[in-house]
Design a protein around this ligand. Structure first.
Ligand SMILES: [Ca+2]
Ligand SMILES: [Ca+2]
Ligand SMILES: [Ca+2]
Length: 234
């Protein structure tokens, strides 16, 4: 019985360690200069804070990073972060345009990622060693998705971010995303810090449905697995 409980704990940790970071909003087509004013919002659905120091974020083109491009940054459990192009925009510039109180995380080497306005793939790796050699295939990412700009996807509109109204929905499905333009909770950037102003987004702000806390879901999974193993071995 003791080893069954232990198995549940191990499986919980295994499930918990992946999939807790969710890309919740993407500004891939700013009206301001490209790719300076692109940004990506991340949500942490896991039960613990995540330290992004040493993480790598990239698209899937041939241009790769020579080192980890996130030097520091924490996301609290149930918290958000906004990853911005720190090569071209300072935190003060970003704050001047989009407002204060944001959990801004600086990303370097953004030009090797430049988010295509016609669709692209975004991946997040927890270390440079897992990223190295995987920058085109994205098999070792801890989070990622492929967004589009046609079909079921919100259209690619200058200066308008897209967001996921329901963070539990499949991030690679266009129907899971919506335009921030005139969306409840979204707001417009100011003409400040080098931003042209009037862009639509909700960086650092939840708009929509937050998934069930991972901890509760994990307790459910663990309990189910324990019952199954008890039935088999008991
Ligand atoms: Ca772009
Ligand atoms: Ca790249
Ligand atoms: Ca948002």
């Amino acid at each position: 019985m003791k080893h069954i409980g232990l198995l549940g704990v191990i499986l919980s940790i295994a499930v918990c360690s992946q999939g807790s970071l969710i890309i919740s909003e993407i500004m891939y087509n700013p009206a301001s200069s490209e790719p300076a004013w692109e940004w990506i919002e991340l949500y942490n659905s896991g039960p613990a804070a995540v330290d992004l120091a040493g993480y790598v974020i990239d698209d899937d083109n041939t241009s790769s990073h020579a080192r980890a491009n996130i030097g520091a940054g924490m996301i609290a459990s149930d918290g958000l972060a906004v990853l911005y192009n720190a090569d071209s925009v300072s935190a003060a510039d970003f704050t001047a345009a989009w407002g204060g109180g944001l959990n801004l995380i600086a990303v370097s080497g953004w030009s090797a990622m430049g988010l295509n306005n016609s669709g692209d793939r975004i991946g997040l790796w927890s270390s440079f060693s897992s990223y190295s050699g995987d920058h085109e295939t994205h098999t070792l990412t801890v989070s990622g998705l492929r967004y589009g700009a046609g079909g079921a996807w919100p259209g690619s509109e200058d200066g308008t971010a897209i967001y996921r109204p329901n963070l539990s929905a499949d991030g690679s499905a266009g129907a899971s995303w919506a335009s921030c333009r005139d969306a409840a909770g979204s707001f417009q950037s100011l003409m400040a810090g080098g931003n042209v102003g009037g862009e639509w987004g909700s960086p650092g702000v939840f708009v929509g449905v937050v998934p069930e806390p991972a901890a509760i879901a994990l307790i459910g999974v663990s309990t189910l697995l324990m019952l199954i193993f008890r039935r088999i071995w008991g």
